[in-house]
Design a protein around this ligand. Structure first.
Ligand code: UDP
Length: 260
């Protein structure tokens, strides 16, 4: 079996995190998993949702929104606002992003604040939800580092980084990080979210008009574990350099994409 882009079965697409693409957000990053590109931002507001205040819940909150830009797909996708309702798929994905990121942050330590994670897909080629979680975590860490540097937080609230990747069975073989041509034909599709300590946060797996064996499931989880540890290393590098990086300009974006 040869993968459409010639990758090894356990090989990720080229992955990059370009910090500070949206300077008015508290933290931001442009994440690429191959041709899938998502702008992820974290904006921190000094307020909590009304239900938290009413129930006197300690600490803050984190919530996420996900959207595909109309030109992110081959065929133009109308904005939800012009259709008058949120797409069911987007709603499912943004709840997943929120759960994944709430698992890695100690909300008590952020004080009475809300972290808004916005994930806007610039180009969709499979795995937009896993790129959104991985990029959302970087944007969040950059934003919280900024609050620490400004003396607005006493302790760094991120417990562990989280990342996500897909795996699936393509032409009978378990493979890592499916692009759209693979995703379209895969008989099984898994999305795996894990922390940097190899703990699962969420596993979504389903057969598409197909079934899968426990051996295949073990193989997909093992591929995901390997992929996630590689993604976590890239996330750490992006977070460490973000405070020194200037706002990303067109030249740096061109240079980053030109390298591939
Ligand atoms: N896709 C699309 N239009 C849509 C939804 C999905 O073109 O309205 C494509 C897109 O490339 C996406 C892929 O199908 O990345 C797989 O979609 P899925 O719902 O499995 O989510 P994802 O893999 O992006 O997390």
């Amino acid at each position: 079996m040869t993968r459409p882009d010639g990758r090894q079965n356990d090989q990720l697409r080229p992955i990059s995190f370009i910090p500070n693409v949206a300077p008015y957000a508290t933290g931001s990053v442009l994440v690429s998993f191959g041709d899938t590109r998502v702008i992820c931002s974290a904006t921190i507001e000094d307020d909590v949702p009304r239900w938290m205040r009413a129930q006197r819940v300690e600490g803050g909150w984190l919530t996420a929104e996900y959207s595909m830009l109309p030109y992110s797909t081959l065929e133009r996708k109308p904005r939800d606002i012009s259709r008058g309702k949120l797409d069911g798929r987007s709603s499912e994905i943004q709840r997943l992003i929120g759960r994944a990121l709430r698992a890695c942050v100690d909300l008590k330590k952020i004080g009475q604040r809300t972290i808004w994670i916005d994930c806007d897909v610039l180009q969709a080629d499979g795995g937009t939800r896993t790129a959104s979680i991985s990029g959302g975590c970087v944007a969040m860490a950059i934003a919280l580092n900024k609050l620490m540097a400004e003396g607005r937080l006493k302790q760094f609230p991120v417990k562990k980084l989280v990342a996500a990747v897909s795996a699936g069975v393509y032409q009978g073989v378990p493979v890592l990080d499916l692009n759209y041509p693979e995703d379209k034909d895969a008989s099984v599709d898994f999305n795996v979210v894990m922390t940097e300590s190899n703990e699962f946060v969420e596993v979504q797996g389903s057969g598409e008009e197909a079934v899968f064996s426990s051996e295949e499931m073990t193989a997909m989880l093992e591929l995901s574990r390997k992929g996630i540890s590689e993604i976590i290393s890239l996330q750490k590098a992006a977070i460490l350099t973000a405070d020194r990086a200037a706002p990303a300009d067109l030249a740096s974006l061109t240079a980053a994409f030109g390298k591939r």
